[in-house]
Design a protein. Structure first.
Length: 138
């Protein structure tokens, strides 16, 4: 099973159109093409859509070591507006990994590589394994 197949079971992210593009140990990249259904009343991308994009990228990076991991705490800061027609990318990078916890930074950018939001999260790493593996880079 690939990480993409595993995270296809995240039905909320899937139903909202989020695509997991890449997963390596401690790293992932996901994207979301913003459509009218992603907009808030002010005609801008709904914050929850951006949070969900960042959260899926976090989950992929955190679970990439083979241990089932869940968010303990997450914080997002919105920096730039986006709207219909934009494509947002979330790149998650591991800042720290320990036996039972991890810390991650996720940058959300638009198609012009402009920073839209930053997201930080800590995770709890369980003893349970995930049903996919990431090959070591050569």
């Amino acid at each position: 099973m690939t990480p993409q197949e595993f995270f296809a079971n995240d039905l909320f992210a899937k139903e909202n159109g989020i695509v997991l593009m890449e997963v390596r140990k401690g790293y992932s990249k996901a994207k979301l093409e913003i459509k009218k259904e992603h907009l808030n009343a002010g005609n801008r991308t709904q914050g929850g859509a951006i949070f969900t994009l960042a959260d899926l990228a976090l989950a992929a990076a955190a679970n990439s070591h083979g241990q089932l991991s869940f968010s303990l705490s997450s914080n997002i800061t919105f920096l730039r507006a986006s709207g219909a027609g934009d494509t947002l990318y979330a790149i998650a990078t591991e800042r720290y990994i320990g036996k039972t916890t991890g810390c991650y930074q996720v940058d959300i950018t638009n198609q012009n590589d402009q920073l839209v939001a930053t997201f930080q999260s800590s995770v709890f790493r369980m003893e349970q394994t995930v049903p996919f593996t990431i090959e070591q880079e050569k």
